[in-house]
Design a protein around this ligand. Sequence first.
Ligand code: NDP
Length: 284
Amino acid sequence: MANLINGKEIAANVREKVRLEALELKNRTGIIPGLAVILVGDDPASKIYVNNKKKACAEAGFNSFEHLLPASASQDELIALIDSLNADPSVHGILCQLPLPGHIDERAVINAISPEKDVDAFHPVNVGKIMIGSYDFLPCTPAGIMELIHSTGISVSGKKCTVVGRSNIVGKPMAMLLLHENGTVTVCHSKTADLAAECRSADILVAAVGKAKLITADMVKEGAIVIDVGTNRNSDGKLCGDVDFAEVEKKASYITPVPGGVGPMTIATLMRNTLTAAELASKK
Ligand code: NDP
């Protein structure tokens, strides 16, 4: 039976460390880390994410600035708001909750955020820095996953790693971080010819697709570390991942649950990145 990787507990430790470091920064420089969160429209899931981020800021002793725009807001209005936040010294991190309404070009909005305040690490400058292995911010979900893997005490070096999913937010940066730690990485997607075989060869398997029970026990190597990023609803409306947890936990050595695995780490890394942005600003 697999050991459970407790993301909730590990994230709580990261957040406590960030809180103490933020207090130290405030005492030393007077700077309080500030995170601006922009929400366009009233998507219920996005509202929950934004509230969780606000709560995490309060717990870490950060300032949080919420900007709610109607779904009808124009791209120009949104970019004008980002410009003003870029210029505001009390704001160290800017996060625009995705997805945006269809009439707004997501890429143009991401590009408008100053790379020094891009705590999601989505801006092309930060993506490029991650690619070359010299970065200030790590993308929140993949960085959180690396901490979960580290918590097992097993080194990534030399391991066969399979990442299922190639999004800019999760799959691609995940592959890069595993590569930086000397994993031998395969990235799978919807056109992969034999997904089961690619997964079965993995010592470390990361599933980031968004399809419940896509990863079944026959696709998992005995003793593998299995990280489940997916957030789906099952037929009872309950939150579940991409991995058939009940069957796969019998085969894996370590596994993350959904909920309580990767999700809490994403917010913890966002807090860490906002603190890093404030620290960098304090040195200017
Ligand atoms: P995307 O929809 O952007 O990407 C999904 C990826 O899965 C694509 O690369 C797609 O391939 C691939 N895919 C789809 N079907 C298959 C298949 N049958 N076999 C293999 N690959 C397939 O999703 P995200 O990366 O944004 O998110 C993935 C999941 O992770 C979602 O459930 C999301 O909610 C969750 N998530 C959770 C977070 C957390 O904090 N817990 C944070 C971010 C995401 P192709 O490129 O060919 O289309």
